[in-house]
Design a protein around this ligand. Sequence first.
Ligand SMILES: *[C@@H]1O[C@H](CO)[C@@H](O)[C@H](O)[C@H]1NC(C)=O
Length: 199
Amino acid sequence: MEGKVSLRFALAVFYYSFLVGVHQVRTVSGGDTTPPTIVCPANIFGYVREITQVMTFTWSNPTVSDDSGVQPTVTTSPNYPQPTGTFDFGTYPITYTAEDGAGNMASCTLTINVILDTQPPTFTGCPDQRQSLVPSDSDSVIVTWTEPVGSDNIGITNTERSHRPGDSFSLGVTQVTYTFFDRAGNQASCIFSVNVTGW
Ligand SMILES: *[C@@H]1O[C@H](CO)[C@@H](O)[C@H](O)[C@H]1NC(C)=O
């Protein structure tokens, strides 16, 4: 009887020290040493054509995970409580840092670039004045031309045309305009006229 009690006691002491030992091993080794994973969204580029212009962007939060399964705490530097902001021209790095419960950290940087561009587009192949005769049985005529081509240091985003090759033109002089816009909103126009005369 007495022997059983002391055996139980010995087992209890052993088990207790095992638990404490395990706990100590965890504490000594520092436990979780794996940093979280954090992936920032792609860098953002915007273009302005005046120093006073500002741009507002909204981006997505970084993708964050941790091997603990617990969502890490995420902070930003400089502080952006929401993933949105208004910027004038310049370069703005925003660093996101994730920290897990064990204090492991990982960070990524999203850079917002607002580029000032005052250079208007250029173009080639602006047609000379078109001269056309209306057929005798009509008061309009189809006119064609080769379209001018725009180019720009930061890229053409839009081309506005008043007419297209193959449009029908009536008697008289009609002005045809191609306006090329770059990403910053700078513009340049090719203007020529179509002169339609009768017999
Ligand atoms: C249009 O063409 C006619 C006939 O060639 C010419 O007389 C007239 O001057 C032209 N008009 C313009 C604005 O060039």
